[in-house]
Design a protein around this ligand. Structure first.
Ligand SMILES: *Cc1c(COP(=O)(O)O)cnc(C)c1O
Length: 380
């Protein structure tokens, strides 16, 4: 389909987007591969017992990661919420039913002060409380050890913040968690490449691991939680199934999933693990090349191949974006990005101070050509 085919979204009354930002929930996540799309189409012709499907799908994913058990969830944020609820409720249905009333439950979730991040909100949604350990400048392992007490439900660790200065490494936190008998929950939402990172986190001692499907070509509303058998059993106890048909008004009923999405998460993850990632990275280099070549005639703008990371830093590799810098006297980053965003289709790119970043992860080659042509037209 041509980059400028505005069909379905314009008919609904919204402008489509050429995605120069990458994988973002607000832009709808990622693009399905033909195999994922085909699987969803096939699913649409058949019914299945959803609790059975969730168990089987979760086990398939757990097996791929050498984890004991798992469940597909409507995203990593949902997995954090479910994990937080699960460590409080265990396998007790009445506890699942009374959340977010946490009285008498192990409702404190420890987090290193420097690790506070947007998705820790999913912990407090359950009624649990976050307990910060250490200071913004850093935490020591002894402080975590001392902070664990009878009210500690789990330790939350956002894996992408491990490199942050002052962080206690995951393996050391895992040691404390094990010796104190408290679960370690690791948010590894986008740690899917290299593909041995996720099994490595389980090996290091993560008792529960949350992963988002939006970063591996799965549904925007997909993800999974994997980990120890007993904790996944507790997640099942707070999850959405058997609400009407079971004995308890289970906590997680609003976090429901359809069978298409559950299957798509499995198929997309299988594909991700089997994928030729060198080819994927090479296709980005090619696409950034198309973009930069197309911008050679643009006025007052220079484009440089760079890498925009999933935690939003600009580094040199692997190349997945063009960074635009501006000569004085021409368009500014703000005026160009505003002009692109006001078009139909909207072209959305990333503001970065005096620069603009155009990420090609979720672009086709045709779209890269189109974006270069629009910028050239606007700047000359
Ligand atoms: C995107 C993201 C999440 C949430 O994942 P969803 O699948 O969108 O719910 C959680 N943690 C991190 C670090 C993320 O980047």
């Amino acid at each position: 389909m041509a980059a400028t085919d505005n069909g379905i979204f314009n008919r609904i009354g919204v402008r489509p987007v050429i995605n120069g930002c990458g994988v973002y929930t607000d832009l709808g996540g990622s693009r399905f591969s033909p195999a994922v799309w085909q699987a969803m189409e096939e699913v649409n012709h058949h019914f299945v017992d959803l609790p059975d499907l969730l168990d089987a799908a979760g086990q398939r994913i757990a097996d791929m990661l050498s984890a004991e058990a798992g469940l597909v969830t409507p995203g990593a944020a949902a997995a954090i919420m479910l994990g937080s609820a699960a460590v409080m409720a265990g396998t007790d249905g009445t506890r699942s039913e009374r959340l977010p009333d946490v009285s008498g439950l192990k409702s404190n979730v420890l987090i290193q002060s420097g690790h506070r991040y947007k998705y820790d909100r999913q912990v407090t949604m359950t009624g649990a409380s976050l307990v910060e350990v250490g200071s913004k400048n850093g935490t020591r392992i002894e402080q975590i050890e001392e902070a664990v007490d009878g009210s500690t439900g789990m330790i939350l660790y956002p894996a992408h913040l491990e490199p942050k200065a002052g962080s206690v490494p995951i393996s050391e936190v895992a040691g404390v968690a094990r010796s104190k008998g408290v679960p370690l929950f690791v948010d590894a939402a986008f740690m899917n490449y290299p593909t041995d990172v996720l099994p490595g986190l389980i090996e290091q001692g993560a008792d529960l691991l949350a992963v988002s499907a939006k970063y591996f070509g799965g549904p925007n509303a997909g993800g999974f939680i994997v980990g120890c058998k007993d904790l996944i059993e507790a997640v099942r106890n707070v999850y959405f199934t058997r609400y009407e048909s079971g004995d308890y008004l289970k906590y997680g009923r609003p976090l429901k999933m359809d069978r298409h999405t559950v299957v798509a998460v499995v198929v997309a993850f299988q594909e991700w693990l089997a994928r030729d990632h060198d080819e994927r990275l090479a296709s980005w280099v090619t696409r950034v090349g198309i973009l930069c070549d197309g911008l050679s005639e643009a006025g007052g703008v220079s484009a440089q191949p760079m890498c925009f990371t999933l935690d939003e830093r600009v580094v040199s590799d692997p190349v997945n974006c063009a960074v635009l810098t501006f000569d004085d006297g021409g368009m500014t980053p703000g005026s160009l990005s505003d002009a692109l965003a006001s078009e139909n289709p909207q072209v959305l790119i990333i503001p970065d101070g005096e620069r603009l970043i155009i990420a090609v992860d979720e672009m086709s080659d045709d779209e890269a050509r189109y974006v270069a042509a629009r910028i050239t037209a606007l700047t000359t």
